[in-house]
Design a protein around this ligand. Structure first.
Ligand SMILES: [Zn+2]
Length: 498
């Protein structure tokens, strides 16, 4: 018995020593490439006035993409065979606002923007049979033939009033309508939570052009929302079922173009674990040139948002290319985040690495900071990788804290959510903030978000914590996963067939 215990204890001690040595080694290897000068150099370039705020699309944004690709190449990060220049084309379209969106049926006329809004599509002149398809669920589309017709649906799903969900349902319905051969989709809108007047400001206000992904065959598909505050039109369609309808759209032009995600990888050092990839991601676009501030500055340089995140990924790439972890590392820097998480949405639907091989996504996105003693991890507490992130932060004198501004819905507002929805555990690593307060708003989406007003001593610790976390996750014996009961836990089980 004595011997047995001694052996057990001895094994335990030597395992602990081994673990600590590996961890200490990872810290040393992190320090080996960490450099305040390099961080500052990258940030000053990416957030320079000459890059004009890296708007999607702009020639300066392509310069930023090529700069990032050049850095990956210089570190020895490998390109994927599909993208030998590290650039993954992302198909987008730019649409100018329509002048008219006229909808008519049964001697009734509806006009833009009093009654109609254009969700998708360009100039059109349709005169077709229109058919009512309830809420336009998959089952509705299977039951009712919409081929060559205008499909008329109720907005939402009849259950929830969440406007955010209505937009998602709307995208799904449009995809179904297109797939089933409909010529257009009209949804009847009534939502007390989001009145028509607010919706008009959101969808038809602001700039005269909008940028979105150009999916499918790239052909525009007409998708209209019709204001139906009293549900009169819904009642009409429920009774009449089928009816001729006309849609005329004028003044809306569409331009197709490519922008780029920047992608590369480093093969893992372990024969088995190298088949698992950890994605390190950040968006590199920002909002471009806008309204001038009091100082006359109109360039929104986006140093915090998100040159900082982009450079953390560069820092990890440089480190992991030199000292690979057991797992393979995938580096993805997204375009079009500020236009609605476009680059990451495209990425997860066109990933050159199968999604079930990507075991974790460690995203970095930033608005600003108001506490240089912490790093804020949006999604801390939701995956089993917390222990590594906390340990890494502590090693650089920072405390890892969870998202303090849950009301902002930050987890679902950055690129990580596109990975999460597919089931991949994906928190977002951010500069330390304890509240979304005035100090953050001073820089958040402002011309003042510049590289010359950053605290580089803090950034050194912040970058060290990120890269050390990457090393610990990449070398961990077991792959991280969602904590039980998380919103995306089931999606994860499905993806990895657990
Ligand atoms: Zn932003």
């Amino acid at each position: 018995m004595q011997k047995f215990y001694t052996t057990v204890i001895f094994t335990m001690i030597s395992q602990m020593v081994a673990l600590t040595t590996i961890a200490q080694n990872d810290k040393k290897l992190t320090d080996a490439t960490l450099s305040k000068n390099k961080i500052e150099a990258h940030l000053r370039f990416l957030a320079s006035d000459e890059l004009r705020g890296r708007n999607t699309p702009s020639p300066e944004q392509v310069i930023a993409a090529k700069y990032l690709a050049t850095q990956l190449r210089s570190y020895g990060v490998k390109p994927l065979p599909q993208y030998p220049n590290y650039l993954q084309p992302v198909k987008m379209k730019k649409k100018s606002k329509p002048k008219e969106v006229n909808l008519s049926y049964a001697s009734k006329q509806f006009k833009f923007i009093k009654n109609t809004l254009l969700l998708d599509g360009a100039n059109a002149d349709l005169n077709q049979e229109a058919v009512f398809i309830n809420h336009g669920t998959k089952a509705d589309f299977d039951k009712i033939n919409v081929k060559g017709k205008i499909a008329i649906a109720l907005c939402g799903d009849g259950q929830t009033n969440s406007a955010q969900k209505w937009f998602r349902f709307s995208n799904e319905k449009r995809a179904l309508a297109r797939e089933k051969g409909a010529v257009a989709l009209v949804e009847l809108y009534r939502n007390q939570q989001l009145p028509w007047s607010v919706l008009v400001r959101y969808l038809a206000g602001g700039s005269s052009t909008s940028v979105s992904l150009s999916e499918g065959n790239g052909k525009p598909f007409t998708h209209v929302w019709l204001n139906d505050p009293k549900f009169q039109e819904a009642d009409f369609w429920k009774k009449s079922k089928s009816q001729k309808a006309q849609i005329q759209i004028t003044g809306s032009n569409i331009q197709q173009f490519d922008t780029y995600n920047v992608v590369g990888y480093v093969e893992g050092s372990d024969a088995k674990l190298k088949n698992e990839y950890v994605a390190y991601s950040a968006h590199y676009d920002h909002v471009g040139v806008g309204k001038a501030n009091a100082k006359g500055d109109s360039i929104y340089n986006g140093a915090r948002d998100n040159a900082v995140g982009t450079v953390t990924v560069l820092g990890a790439a440089e480190n992991l290319a030199k000292y690979p972890t057991k797992r393979s590392a995938l580096f993805v820097m997204f375009t079009g985040e500020e236009k609605g998480l476009l680059g990451s949405r495209w990425y997860v639907n066109h990933s050159p690495i199968a999604l079930d091989k990507i075991v974790y996504c460690f995203n970095s996105d930033n608005g600003g900071y108001n506490d240089t003693k912490v790093a804020t991890i949006v999604g801390l507490g939701r995956t089993t990788a917390d222990v590594y992130i906390k340990k890494a932060c502590k090693a650089y004198g920072l405390e890892a804290i969870d998202d303090p501004a849950k009301e902002q819905g930050l987890f679902d507002r950055s690129d990580n959510v596109n990975f999460a929805r597919k089931g991949i555990p994906a928190p977002t690593y951010s500069l330390g903030f304890r509240a979304f307060d005035a100090e953050i708003m001073k820089y958040y989406h402002q011309a003042s978000d510049q590289a010359d007003n950053l605290d580089y001593n803090y950034l050194y610790k912040f970058f060290g914590s990120y890269i050390y976390s990457c090393r610990l996750i990449g070398n961990a014996a077991t792959r991280p996963f969602w904590k039980k009961g998380d919103k995306y836990y089931e999606a994860g089980k499905k993806l990895y067939k657990k």
